[in-house]
Ligand binder design. Structure first.
Ligand SMILES: [Zn+2]
Length: 113
């Protein structure tokens, strides 16, 4: 499962970060998930919670921010949200679209003590 791999790499980063900052208890993790990554937020949450169960990190909360897929038309500069992945500018019908958001899969912050 896609999400299990993501959860384990997130946890790897978190553990390294906590060790470096000498933190003991993980409270909250915030991540950003772009629409284009096709990551199922609930599946990721499930994998995260299963992975930390009965470990030092048990009880930590995963906060997921969904980021919609948006783009900007190269020709007229209109910014818009992609609908059903049809990449035509809604203002001028242009086909040259630059992706702005929606491809990110970021660890935003961790809260730990
Ligand atoms: Zn346009």
């Amino acid at each position: 499962m896609h999400e299990m791999g993501i959860a384990s790499s997130l946890l790897k980063i978190i553990k390294r970060e906590m060790k470096r900052s000498k933190l003991k208890k993980l409270k909250k993790v915030r991540v950003k998930i772009g629409e284009l990554t096709a990551v199922e937020p609930e599946a990721l949450r499930f994998c995260f919670e299963t992975s930390i169960m009965d470990t030092d990190l048990d009880g930590a909360i995963l906060e997921i921010e969904d980021v919609p897929l948006t783009g900007e038309c190269v020709d007229c500069g209109t910014k818009f949200r992609f609908q059903h992945f049809v990449s035509l500018c809604p203002a001028c019908g242009g086909k040259k679209i630059e992706k702005l958001t929606g491809t990110e899969l970021d660890l935003v912050s961790i809260e730990a003590v």
